[in-house]
Each structure stands twice: as structure tokens, then as C-alpha cells.
Design a protein around this ligand. Structure first.
Ligand SMILES: Cc1ncc(COP(=O)(O)O)c(C=O)c1O
Length: 402
């Protein structure tokens, strides 16, 4: 009997470029090489102590399911967080707790698209949007942003050119992963206007909301919730804000009751997010302001050190990142995936090397990003300085090999 074929959708789901080279990194480690991981946004910053205390003192037995919408004490804490940001209209009824921002993106796409619909996103974009799109059977139509413009948004005309009868939503990330760009108020207003005029949903991924440097201001989609109440959807996460990547907690928020009621039904199907994680994270309102000041200062320093170091390497180009903890870097190579692999398989500097994410997988348009990498500055400044030296020596060695 011939083997039953698996689904086409399954086969279309791409491997994450962030994790693709992991086997080579593991092999390098086996050979005794130290590998600095600048390929993934898993910060080394400590989780707030007030949260850890909950884990250390945990006594509730058994550990039961939580509510599908979210644990009430956590929903209240989230409401307080949004209210304190200045969005006093946010009630717990506008919030759905998700298993990471990842689930919030998946739910948002499922909520607003049918199979074969299109959504617009600005490339390079967070590579995992590709997997959520493939799972949902929809197409991401890319609008290109360029390093020469600091990866800021193109004109209304350029964006509207990509809208078709199948377009259901614009999905954007601000502050941006992978470019580190922070969109201005004017840019966000442009997106709101386009969404309004073309009757599109506007999905804003704001998981890096607090990571904005040089006294720039972040403009949240929440500022426009009351302007386009049926169209705006917020995707949020606690992973980066509180160094809680492993807790797997995120939020989907909307004033559109049909969306909120619908995603609750999806949430009921998967029962609940983790109870322990939510009770721990409910302490978010007790995290001292000094924690954020420290984290913010640390990342701004890291950004400065990395930016300065990269600029000093011949042939390397990078626009100054304005937020999040990533940047897209032009390398003097033809194939960045090959050079990233070379750094792991054929090169080390005094027993150390570095891992980056090849940028091609952050683009939907074939052929783009081939000479670029995404760097996540998630290590301290002395390690980042070492990484810059390793990259510089690695590029010289790679150039000689070619
Ligand atoms: C832009 C963006 N959105 C969403 C996520 C999802 O994060 P999580 O599922 O940990 O909340 C990430 C994670 O790196 C991200 O960079």
C-alpha cells in the first residue's frame, strides 16, 4: 500500500532561520568551541525577584487548569498595566491571555482571515509570521523597507499598491524585530488611515514596547483603539518585558467583541495557559520601576557598543537600531547563510565563535537579505565586544577561503 501523504500545509511550514544552524553550533560545542548566541532573542537579564518568590514559595496542590480567558488575578494585573500606560478604557473583558505572543499572533490571524486570504507585512519581518501564515493557509504580501531609510515605512502609495481584494489585514511589529526600527506617530497614523480607508484589520505586534532608545517615544496601537474599535488588534507578550520567555505568556487585546468572543472559544479548545506562570506574572504590578530603568540602560549600552563595533568593520553596514534588541546587518559576503555556517564549522578565534541568524528567512521576497544577518544583542557588553572581534576575524578568514 502506498504511504498516505501528509498535508501540503505541513510541508509548506518553513524551518526557522533563527534555529536552522543549531546543529552546527552543537557540533562546534562538542569540539570544545565556545559559541556566543546572537541568533535568538532570549535575553540573559534576570526575571524580577517578586515573580521568582512566587515560584519559590509555591504550595498550591494540585496545580490545576486556569480559566480559558486567563487567571482572574493575572487579567486584573494586565488591566492595571494598560491603564497605567494611559489607556484607561481597557477592561479585563478586552483581554485574552495567550500562550506567549506567538499564540496571540496565530489567534489574530485565524480571527480575521479565511484560507488563501492575504495580509500585508513589512519585510524584513519577524520570521515566524511565515509559519503562522502557513499554518493558517494564508499569504503574506510583503512591502519592502530599506536599510537606507532605517527600515522605516514607505509611502501610502507603495503600501496601497499591495492591497488586493483578498487583503484582510496589515500586520506590523513596533519596535521592530528584526530591524530595531521604532515607527513614528506619523507612520502609525498612516497605517491607521490606510486600514480605515481600505477596511482592513490592523494587527500590531508590540512585544518590545518598552525597548525604545534615545528618548524616542513609542506610539501604541492602543492610542487608536477607540478610533478603529472594530479593526485594531494588539499582540503583546511578557517574554521580553519581564525576561519571562520560558513562562509562555502573552495577550491579545481588541475592542471588537466578535474577535474577543471568538478567540475565547479558541482558548476554550486549548483549555488554558499555565496556572503557575500566570500567578507568578500577576506580580507584574509590583515590579519596581528601577528594574525597567536597569534593563533599559543595559540594552541601550549594548546597542551602542554593538553599533560602534560593527561600524568599525570594513564592508559592514548597519542603520542605528532605535529599539527592541535586534539589527539587520549588511555583510561583505554573497551568501550570509554560508558565512554564518562557516563561523560555526570552520572558524574560531582563540577557541570561541559566534552564531547569527541569516537574514534571508526574514524576507518573503526570494533573493532578498542574502548578504544580511540579524544580530540579537542579548549578551553583555564585554561579550558583545568579543563577538565583534570574532566577526571581523571570521570575515577575513571567510574572504580568504572564497
Ligand atoms: C516580534 C515578535 N513577536 C512575537 C514573539 C513571540 O514571543 P513569545 O511567544 O515568547 O511571547 C517574538 C519572539 O521573539 C517576537 O520577536
Amino acid at each position: 500500500m502506498s504511504k498516505r501523504a501528509v498535508s501540503k500545509r505541513l510541508l509548506q511550514i518553513p524551518a526557522s532561520p533563527i534555529r536552522k544552524l543549531v546543529p552546527f553550533a552543537m557540533a562546534a560545542k562538542k569540539r570544545g568551541i565556545k559559541v556566543y548566541h546572537l541568533n535568538i532573542g532570549d535575553p540573559d537579564i534576570e526575571t524580577p525577584e517578586v515573580m521568582l518568590k512566587i515560584l519559590k514559595k509555591w504550595s498550591q496542590n494540585p496545580i490545576s487548569y486556569s480559566q480559558s480567558q486567563g487567571e482572574p488575578i493575572f487579567l486584573e494585573a494586565l488591566k492595571t498595566y494598560y491603564n497605567q500606560l494611559g489607556f484607561s478604557f481597557i477592561e479585563t473583558s478586552h483581554l485574552q491571555v495567550t500562550v506567549g505572543g506567538s499564540e496571540a499572533i496565530s489567534m489574530a490571524l485565524l480571527a480575521v482571515t479565511e484560507a488563501r486570504d492575504e495580509i500585508i507585512s513589512f519585510e524584513p519581518f519577524y520570521t515566524n509570521y511565515n509559519s503562522y501564515a502557513a499554518v493558517n493557509g494564508i499569504k503574506i504580501v510583503p512591502v519592502l523597507t530599506k536599510p537606507g531609510d532605517g527600515f522605516h515605512l514607505p509611502s501610502v502609495k507603495e503600501i496601497e499598491k499591495k492591497i488586493s481584494r483578498k487583503t484582510k489585514a496589515i500586520l506590523y511589529c513596533n519596535p521592530n524585530n528584526p530591524t530595531g526600527t521604532v515607527y513614528s506617530r506619523k507612520e502609525i497614523e498612516m497605517l491607521v488611515t490606510i486600514a480605515k480607508k481600505n477596511n482592513l484589520f490592523l494587527i500590531a505586534d508590540e512585544v518590545y514596547r518598552e525597548f525604545v532608545y534615545d528618548r524616542k517615544k513609542h506610539t501604541s496601537v492602543l492610542s487608536y483603539f477607540e478610533n478603529i474599535p472594530n479593526q485594531a488588534i494588539l499582540v503583546d507578550s511578557l517574554s521580553k518585558r519581564y525576561s519571562l520567555c520560558g513562562a509562555r505568556l502573552g495577550v491579545l487585546s481588541s475592542l471588537n467583541k466578535q474577535i474577543i468572543d471568538g478567540v475565547l472559544r479558541i482558548a476554550q479548545g486549548r483549555l488554558s495557559a499555565g496556572l503557575v506562570d500566570q500567578i507568578m506574572a500577576a506580580k507584574l504590578t509590583d515590579v519596581p520601576h528601577s528594574y525597567f530603568q536597569h534593563v533599559h540602560k543595559e540594552y541601550q549600552n549594548r546597542r551602542n557598543v554593538l553599533y560602534k563595533g560593527l561600524q568599525s568593520i570594513p564592508g559592514v553596514k548597519v542603520p542605528k537600531p532605535e529599539g527592541a534588541f535586534y539589527c539587520i546587518v549588511d555583510l561583505p559576503v554573497k551568501d550570509s547563510e554560508d558565512s554564518c555556517k562557516f563561523l560555526l564549522t570552520d572558524f574560531n578565534l582563540n577557541g570561541e565563535t559566534v552564531m547569527f541568524a541569516p537574514a534571508q528567512g526574514f524576507y518573503a521576497t526570494a533573493g532578498l537579505g542574502k548578504n544580511q544577518v540579524r544580530i540579537a544583542y542579548v549578551l553583555n557588553t564585554s561579550k558583545l565586544k568579543k563577538c565583534v572581534k570574532i566577526l571581523e576575524a571570521g570575515l577575513t578568514a571567510y574572504g580568504k577561503k572564497k
